[in-house]
Structure formats: structure tokens, C-alpha cells
Design a protein around this ligand. Structure first.
Ligand code: DLL
Length: 435
């Protein structure tokens, strides 16, 4: 029997959901227009008034918001509530430029944690579970979001944060953790450490993992499921829209249900801004219709994916988004070819390698170069130099089949690639460093 956190909403008819969205959108546009001068100016420039937005059918009339707008308006320019009503900020880990700072009222936090509770229940969580949260705590939304959701469900919550991996495993064993929440790359590292410590999946009680915050492939999913003996569920979100829990996977594991009562999704052509029909790949845009303090309308996520209304066996009627295949700004253009790191990950794992790899791109004599380093498997350590060269060649040819361009592959020693405890850094684009 499928269990839901909020059955009424999660299985609501399309018609009722649209009605709910229509009402919430109209109220939200009014709230934003009245309280956020920055967005009011954008609407005025476009000649749109709140009265023009009568339902979700009018969504396309509203201006987009981008990360550049968030930077412009930093820190308080998009705040829609008096500071006295706000109780928390969270922020992105942003390595370049200004960080994104998002604000929350208590009600915003309640709704956000509710979204995370839906994800935990969809992964089989109940109040009998012991939920180990190893997303970072602090400014990053992963730890606080899943922590709050886990409390709501009534799980015994282990607020571990990331890092100190052997201690994670000791707690996992001692307390009998049944659900693990962290990035997929950290889950892979935890699985590897478990085995390095001489344990097997028989020594732990984990049954499910809720992994997100970075792109990961189906191949990576299977590899983690095997190493930890679990079912691995995807979860998606971004600081700008609250954090994890914008969408979550169910037992079908074929995409993530979007919490449409809070977030209206659209897919647009990233070049032209034109709205695309369900089923086409494009940039995901969200309008948050319940957020009070930081309500972004038509926010461009830069994540590329597909929406689907195909009936789901779990009974949820919430629209599904595919795994984001990467961000439009993560896409590498190498010798004119569009390359997503996830394509390389797929090949590496399919060919039997671990998900520990590093992609380096450079430009030498005006030609782009692509180097992929991946750790050899322990049994390959005794291979001859010739054998290693042959393995590298065959891996390079598999990558070339996938991408259409020839990489240089380097098999490096096991553990040579730095492990990630949060979002993995898989790409170094040296071309940017030269600029
Ligand atoms: O990563 C929120 C989060 C925390 C999601 C924990 C899931 C679990 P940001 O740091 O603002 O927020 O980064 C948001 O991460 O635009 C995507 O590019 C990427 N991302 C998040 N979840 C997924 C996922 C958090 N499941 C950015 N698959 C987003 C692929 C993801 N990419």
C-alpha cells in the first residue's frame, strides 16, 4: 500500500489542482506586486498588472527572474515581508559572485519541511525509522530541510551533517539507521568506506536513501543501491525556491513529483524564453505560489529537464520532472560539441568503474582538450603498463561513442581522486582560468 504525507494534495485531480494553483497564483502576484519594488518594476516595464493574471493560463505574461536579478537585488531587494516577520535565512554555497540569500517566515519553514516530509514518506519513511541526515547543516538547505521533514514524519533524526565518514558509519550501525539523506556522491563514499572498514550491507539496517543536490545518473543510482543495499530516491530543490523538496521520487523511480500546490513548473527554450509543451527538454522555471518572505515568480533555474504527466503507479497525480541532466551553465562546449559530465559518468560506470572521476578541459594551441581521470579497480593494480594502456584506449573509445569527441583517459590509483562529502566537483575547466 502506497503511503502519502498529504494524500489529498498528492493525489488531487488535475482539475482541482489547477483551481488551487489559480487561486494561489492570483494572490501571490498581488502580494509580490505590492511588496517587492524590484519585481513591480519588472512587471511595469513589461506592462503587466496584477489584474492581468487571472489564472495559471496567464503565467506566460509575467517577466522572468534570473540569478542576475537575485544578485542585483542582494540582499534585501526581493524580500516581500517585513524583517520582523522573517525568522531564518539560508544561502547557496556559490563559489562565484554573490551568494543567493533566501528568507523564510515561520510559515515558509513549515511548508518547506512539509515538502521534505512528503519525500521521506514516499521513500517509505514512518515514525519507526531512524533517519541519518548527512547533508551539510548551516547555510546550506540540505541539512535543515531534511532534518525538519524527518521530525515531521516522526523519525528518530540523526543530525550528523557531512564529514567524518567513519563516525557516520559507527552511528549508522550503533543506532540502526534505516534512511540515509546526503548527496549521491557522499552516499557513494559512505558505501565505499563501509566496505573498507570490513563491513557488508548485512552489518547495517539501511533500507532507503534520499539523495540529491547534484546531478547523478541511473548508473550511479544502481551502484549506490548495491553498495549500501538500499533503494535510492532522488530529491530536487534549490535555495531560491526554499531548498530540497521542490520535487521528490516515489517507488516508481521514474522522475520526481513536483509539489505543484507550492511550485508551478514551466519548461522554456533557454535561448528564446518560449514556453515548451510537456515532454520537451528545456530549462525549468518555477513560480512559488505559497512562499511569503521570498516569493520568486517565474524563476529560471537553469536546470535542463523534461516534464511528464504520465500516470504514475504510486497514485500521485503531481506532475513529474526528469532527473535534471545538468545545468545549462554546467554544459561544457568542447570542440563545438555539447558535453554534460553526466554522459561521461554513465559510460564510466557502465564500463565497470567507480564513480570517482575528474574531468579536465583545457585549450592548447587553440584546440580544446578533454582529459578524464578515473580510478582503476583494485584488481587492475597488478596489470601491466600495456594492459593499462589498452584499458584506457577502450574506455576512451566508449566515451567517444557517447560524445563524438576523443578524450584522453587516465586510469589512476584507487583513492587518488578526492572524495566529496557534499556536492562533488567533477569538472575543472582550465579555459575559464586562462580567460
Ligand atoms: O542543492 C538543495 C537540495 C539540497 C536539493 C538537498 C536536494 C537535496 P542549491 O545548493 O541552491 O540547493 O543548488 C540547487 O542543485 O538548481 C540543481 O542544479 C542542483 N540539484 C539539486 N537537486 C538535484 C537533483 C540544493 N536531484 C541546484 N539532481 C539545482 C540534479 C540537482 N541536480
Amino acid at each position: 500500500m502506497e503511503r502519502y504525507w498529504n494524500q489529498e494534495i498528492e493525489t488531487m485531480s488535475r482539475e482541482d489542482m489547477k483551481k488551487l494553483q489559480d487561486e494561489r497564483l492570483v494572490a501571490q502576484v498581488k502580494h509580490v506586486y505590492e511588496n517587492v519594488e524590484y519585481y513591480r518594476n519588472l512587471m511595469d516595464e513589461k506592462g503587466v498588472k496584477p489584474e492581468d493574471i487571472k489564472s495559471t493560463d496567464d503565467l506566460y505574461k509575467l517577466p522572468f527572474l534570473t540569478k542576475a536579478d537575485l544578485r542585483d537585488a542582494y540582499p534585501y531587494g526581493l524580500l516581500a515581508k517585513p524583517l520582523g516577520d522573517c525568522v531564518r535565512i539560508q544561502s547557496t554555497s556559490g563559489t562565484t559572485g554573490k551568494r543567493v540569500v533566501a528568507f523564510y517566515t515561520q510559515n515558509d519553514i513549515d511548508l518547506w519541511e512539509d515538502c521534505c516530509a512528503r519525500a521521506i514518506v514516499a521513500a517509505g519513511g514512518t515514525n519507526e525509522d531512524v533517519c541519518q541526515v548527512c547533508y551539510g547543516y548551516g547555510l546550506f538547505t540540505g541539512g535543515p530541510g531534511l532534518n525538519g521533514g524527518s521530525h515531521k514524519v516522526g523519525c528518530l533524526t540523526l543530525p550528523m551533517s557531512s564529514g567524518n565518514t567513519e563516525r557516520q558509519i559507527t552511528f549508522m550501525r550503533d543506532l540502526g539507521a534505516t534512511i540515509l539523506c546526503c548527496t549521491p556522491s557522499y552516499a557513494a563514499y559512505i558505501g565505499e568506506t563501509l566496505h573498507d572498514m570490513g563491513y557488508t550491507t548485512d552489518d547495517i539496517k539501511l533500507k532507503a536513501g534520499i539523495f540529491g543536490a547534484e546531478p547523478w545518473t541511473e548508473e550511479m543510482r544502481r551502484s549506490i543501491e548495491k553498495s549500501l543495499g538500499i533503494k535510492a530516491y532522488d530529491i530536487y530543490g534549490l535555495t531560491e525556491t526554499s531548498g530540497p523538496g521542490v520535487s521528490f521520487e516515489c517507488s516508481e523511480q521514474t522522475g520526481m513529483h513536483i509539489n505543484e500546490d507550492h511550485f508551478i513548473p514551466e519548461i522554456i527554450n533557454p535561448e528564446t524564453g518560449e514556453v515548451l509543451p510537456d515532454g520537451e527538454t528545456g530549462e525549468l522555471v518555477f513560480t512559488s505560489i505559497t512562499k511569503e518572505a521570498f516569493p520568486l515568480l517565474r524563476y529560471r533555474t537553469r536546470d535542463l529537464c523534461v516534464l511528464s504527466r504520465k500516470k504514475c503507479s504510486c497514485g500521485r497525480t503531481l506532475i513529474k520532472m526528469s532527473k535534471p541532466m545538468g545545468r545549462s551553465d554546467d554544459m561544457l562546449i568542447i570542440r563545438g560539441v555539447n558535453v554534460f559530465p553526466s554522459q561521461i559518468e554513465t559510460v564510466l560506470i557502465e564500463q565497470g568503474y567507480s564513480p570517482n572521476y575528474l574531468i579536465e578541459v583545457d585549450r592548447i594551441n587553440n584546440t580544446d582538450t578533454l582529459d578524464v581521470s578515473v580510478e582503476m579497480n583494485p584488481e587492475q593494480l597488478s596489470a601491466s603498463k600495456d594492459d593499462i594502456q589498452n584499458l584506457e584506449k577502450s574506455l576512451a573509445s566508449a566515451i567517444k561513442t557517447m560524445l563524438g569527441i576523443n578524450p584522453k583517459v587516465h586510469l589512476v590509483n584507487p583513492k587518488a581522486i578526492t572524495r566529496s562529502e557534499g556536492k562533488a566537483v567533477r569538472v575543472i575547466d582550465k579555459r575559464k582560468l586562462h580567460d
